[in-house]
Write a protein of this length. Structure first.
Length: 111
């Protein structure tokens, strides 16, 4: 889905749909699929912040993929960036946990 919805009277908004709050993701490559919902954001781009830092280039779509994320707890937030570069809206932060196999736990396997 591309951003660029028909504008209305409501203010722009963005929310992270996936990963869910406190979700544990099992991926040995450290890949995380991110899905967001956006309302009333014509011409806006999406920026993902992972642990407070930009995690990927600004995107037009609402389905994104983060790669090679370290194991552990992470905070994810989405921002809508207007054509002028200003932040139009920001999602509530979502905490998720990434589990990657480790030599410390040789009998446990991830997906």
């Amino acid at each position: 889905m591309l951003l660029g919805f028909a504008g209305g009277a409501a203010a722009a908004s963005v929310a992270i749909v996936a990963p869910a709050q406190d979700e544990t993701i099992h991926d040995n490559s450290g890949n995380v699929s991110v899905s967001v919902e956006v309302d009333d954001a014509p011409g806006a781009k999406l920026r993902l912040l992972l642990d407070g830092r930009s995690a990927a280039p600004e995107a037009d779509g609402t389905e994104l993929r983060l790669e090679n994320i370290d194991r552990g707890a992470h905070s994810l937030q989405a921002e809508l960036i207007g054509p002028d570069g200003n932040v139009l809206a920001a999602s509530a932060p979502v905490t998720f946990y990434l589990w990657r196999a480790s030599r410390l736990f040789p009998n446990r396997h991830g997906n």
